[in-house]
Ligand binder design. Structure first.
Ligand code: ME8
Length: 512
């Protein structure tokens, strides 16, 4: 089955920070999980290269917009591999193939009667590239997101008849109550719609950095339409020799809460106007905060993903962000917080459980995992977990899914303490107890190794590198989601496991 997931495409007027990385990691968890389920996944990310924000920064720096985007886009493209993001394509909206698709689709929207010429007058935030409605204007005509003064814009534009889609959008929200997640964001979008939709600019006049309007070459398309259309244009050329437009649309979009209106109102309306299906789901994340304020380039409080990963590794940063910040809410992040989760949850709870389990098989059974049944009490603890996690991820319940898995990490740690395999090993040396204690030890070891293996499968979307290492050591590298059930793994020889989350990384300044 085709499955598509996207991140926002990033403005290239700044360097990537952990706030950008967050959406990419969430989308990557979904992409990896769906590959484990056997779906034919297309995971898309990229850069939003047109529009005034980029043109303004280029002008400030004394370079052409093209020079600026060519210099900055690679920094965003490089973030993917560093995060272990498994995106299948990286789109740049300055790509001629994207521009051709934008022109074709928006011409179709015009042919379908949804476009007209008119005069725009109103307030505009150049940083959001957004024409603000009355309800979106902060005190003294400022942008509530950027805090800067809005500019008064007056121009002859081409308009998109958004108002005509008020009823169809209300219908969409009524028919599919969970198409925007979490519910608070859905309600926010719905309130905006029921408050009354006004038509919006389709083009900008007097700006040259953008996709030309084919029927009026004095204009370029308003950057948000150009940007949103990346999600469908990339399907035409993102996989060599194939057109994924049929098999991989609609997609699941992962976005931040500041771009809710564009993705849950403008975008479905435009798709309807073009005769295309609306997105499958929009998953809306909150903001990453540093000392209580939004992490952003303009505030100068950004955490650098490259530095954090160099010290702790990609798995740790992925895990930390998704565990620390409940998806859908704002959450504070810091290097101290990363260190703490690394030590407590990754090194102690998970890493230690894996290495202890394997070490005991090596110590007590010469590295051969006994071929006995797993302890039914622990099999029960894992029963149905794979399906439950899959359903949670499908519903956009990203944080509860990880918590459900982590509950089992904690349960297995308790199991080790309860069963005390070291005491069983000692008892097995006593001829009188050897048979019973030996059999019990076999079961405990097999249960632990099976549990750890199943956790490796389940945690793979969050911790791709360490789970691969673990599963290879266990001689069970298969990532298929069915493997999340206990008892699926092989027995016999198991290998050595290097420390998954070495403690020396937490020393300040230590490199990976
Ligand atoms: O908005 N915490 O691009 P962008 C969480 N080009 N998310 C954050 C964040 C933070 N501190 N800072 C930024 C754009 N983001 C458009 C998108 S899509 C067709 C066009 C998120 O580079 C932000 O919420 O300004 C947004 O979802 C994404 O980074 C890209 O922001």
């Amino acid at each position: 089955m085709g499955y598509s997931v996207t991140t926002p495409i990033f403005y290239v007027n700044a360097a990537p920070h952990l706030g950008h990385a967050y959406s990419t990691i969430v989308a990557d968890v979904l992409a990896r999980h769906h590959r484990q389920r056997g779906d034919d996944v297309f995971f898309l990310t990229g850069t939003d290269e047109h529009g005034e924000p980029v043109a303004n920064v280029a002008a400030e720096q004394g370079v052409t917009p093209q020079e600026l985007v060519d210099r900055n886009a690679p920094k965003f493209e490089a973030m993917g591999p560093v995060l272990e993001a498994s995106n299948d394509f990286f789109i740049r909206t300055s790509d001629d193939r994207h521009k051709a698709a934008v022109q074709e689709i928006l011409s179709r929207v015009k042919d379908n009667g949804h476009v007209y010429e008119g005069d725009y007058e109103g307030w505009y935030c150049p940083k959001c590239a957004d024409f603000k409605t009355e309800s979106e204007i902060g005190e003294n005509n400022t942008c509530p997101i950027h805090g800067i003064e809005l500019t008064r814009e007056k121009e002859r534009n081409w308009f998109f008849r958004l108002s005509a889609f008020q009823q169809p959008l209300e219908q969409l929200f009524a028919d599919r109550p969970d198409w925007v997640v979490p519910a608070a964001r859905r309600n926010e979008a719905l309130t905006f719609i029921t408050g009354g939709l006004q038509d919006v600019s389709l083009s900008r006049n007097g700006i040259t950095w953008g996709v030309p309007v084919p029927w009026d070459l004095e204009h370029v398309f308003y950057v948000w339409w150009d940007a949103l259309l990346n999600y469908v244009s990339a399907l035409r050329f993102g996989r060599e020799g194939e057109d994924l437009s049929q098999s991989h649309w609609p997609a699941v979009h992962v976005i931040g809460k500041d771009i809710l209106k564009f993705h849950t109102i403008y975008w479905p309306a435009l798709l309807m106007a073009a005769g295309l299906e609306v997105p499958k789901k929009v998953l809306v994340g909150g903001f990453l905060l540093v000392d209580g304020a939004k992490m952003s380039k303009s505030k100068g409080n950004v955490l650098d993903p490259f530095a954090a990963i160099e010290q702790y590794g990609a798995d740790a940063v992925r895990f930390y962000l998704l565990r620390e910040v409940s998806f859908g809410q704002d959450g504070s992040v810091s290097m101290e917080g990363l260190k703490l989760r690394y030590e407590t949850e990754l090194a102690n709870d998970f890493g230690n459980l894996a290495s202890r389990s394997i070490a005991m098989v090596r110590r007590y059974r010469e590295g051969r995992l006994p071929d006995v049944a797993v302890d039914p009490r622990i099999a029960d603890v894992f029963a149905g977990l794979g399906d439950a996690v899959a359903a949670q991820l499908d519903d956009g319940q990203i944080s509860p899914a990880l918590e459900a898995i982590w509950e089992r990490v904690r349960r297995l740690n308790r199991y080790v303490e309860e069963q005390a395999p070291w005491a069983l090993a000692k008892a097995a040396k006593d001829p009188e107890q050897a048979e019973v204690a030996g059999a019990q030890l076999d079961q405990v070891l097999r249960t632990l190794v099976e549990g750890v293996r199943a956790l490796g499968v389940l945690l793979h979307p969050w911790l791709p590198l360490s789970t691969n290492q673990l599963l290879v050591a266990l001689g069970a590298p298969d990532l298929a989601w069915e493997g999340s059930e206990l008892g699926r793994g092989t027995t016999g020889e198991i290998g050595e496991l290097p420390q998954l989350f070495p403690k020396d990384r937490t020393v300040d300044g230590a490199a990976a």
